[in-house]
Ligand binder design. Sequence first.
Ligand code: C2O
Ligand code: CU
Ligand code: CU
Length: 572
Amino acid sequence: MKRRDFIIKSASAGFFLSASRIFPAMTNTQNPQVVNALRFPPVLQPGENLVLRTTNVEVWPGTTTEVIALNNSYPSPTIIVNRGDNFSVNFENQHSEEATIHWHGLLVPEMMDGHPKDAVMPGGSYTYTFPVYQRAGTYFYHSHAHNLTAKHVYKGFAGFFIVKDEDEIPLGLPSGEFDVPLLIQDRRSVNQPQFTYQPNMMDVMIGYLGNLPLVNGTPDAFFDVQKTLYRFRILNGSNARVYKLGLSDNRNFWLIATDSGLKDHPAQINNFFLAPGERADILIDFSNYTVGESVVLKSLPFSGTGGTYPQGLEMNVLTFNIIGNGNSNGVVPDNLSTIEYYDINDIRRTRNFTLTRIMTGSNMHRINGLTFDINRIDEIIIKDELEEWKFINNTNEYHPIHIHGVMFQVYSRNGNTSLPPNDKGWKDTVLVNPNETVSVLVKFVDYSGTYLLHCHNLEHEDDGMMINIRIDNPTDVNDEITSPGNFELYQNYPNPFNPTTKISYRLNTSSGKVSLSIYDVNGTLIEKIFEGQQSAGEYSFVWNASDYSSGTYFLKMNVDGIFKTIKLIYLK
Ligand code: C2O
Ligand code: CU
Ligand code: CU
């Protein structure tokens, strides 16, 4: 049997063996207060569609909860692929609102990323298809509909996307039924059994927090374990809650993976913070417990802001009942993977992202003073160049900042480069604590196109704490940004040119404000061509680049807040 065949077999047969235990009629004699055996969503089968609709499911036994679900399942089906596979799924939107699927942490082409501009309308469908070539890890998928992400995720539209690869096999990590995904989401007991989503102003400010943690959609959950080593893949799929996870007896466990796969070495810890959008894989060894004992995975108390259900609320997340002497034969390897850390001497550019909150009724949360505009490109980034991005939190709130289209490395917190273990490794989401500055090292090496940077507190995201970032590859030519707007910007001619080129555009209606400016590849403004009002018509001008060095420039045209850009290639 080839190794590839083996991985696929273990994915469908052994992996999540526990999936056969959905809704078991089981009573928990060890802990009568935790009444529900941990559930597992079904594994999406090859060729199966993902169909979105409003439906009712049993979350609390004996009652039903209205959810916005994929394939009638809350949580959404678990997707398992092998690195090297071509993933393809047809998404059918039978829900009454527009939606997209975003593959959080996966490196996919722009048109597959589920950007809200690419919404699938009610009744519509879209085939998401992309090659999976990134490292094995615990990834995530969820709705990213414009202004509706928070509601959709809260009502159930989120699931695991697990990538496996051959590098993991020789490590001997616990696998099969000893490799257990845990999706943590908090809900409000006051609304039980409904997932009522009606954020008030306070909820938009701090996030829609609850007091009941659900694990894989299971309230008051227990999980029966053997006296052996387990791997847990923990995903914080909550809208806003930050968890400080640890065991009730304070025992150590090992952190083995961050957002984008295995760390270099396991780190022994007894608690860690996990913010919305982040993942962590941990190994817990139950062999020193006795059969009949229990231990609880908790969210430990910490002091945080919030109203009725503040951040830092102490919670029991999942009770482990030690029930037998089974053995996973799993080990804690000394070396997990090789991570090449970026060299700060290679930084080509530093960007600051200031996170603020203004106290008005809507669009309170801002990045560099901006609120999200689906059509506006806020940053142009050159592919394959290392940059340092500083997230400066000028608020007393938590902002888990997530970047699409890239894996990054955390560099410092408030200038301090000695970081907690869950910052070290490949990341796609980083928690920026109240009034903290976090610096990360980012290099886009995969696709060019328009991606997003946003706060993964989903109330903050929908409130507008999100910007469009455009990854540009100076070696592609003629890639005009197309966005709606009542004007056309044509590709310059000639291009490449030396030293002059003609740039033309057309205004379909007379404008409030037109501006035309030229930027260099670092995004620095080098020349303002025009700014003012113009009437409808065709315009053109000649740009002479002889004062500048040979290279790539961008002409950015802004008409009443809508941007279009063309790339100018000056070759001396
Ligand atoms: Cu998980 Cu843009 O988000
Ligand atoms: Cu994402
Ligand atoms: Cu935020």
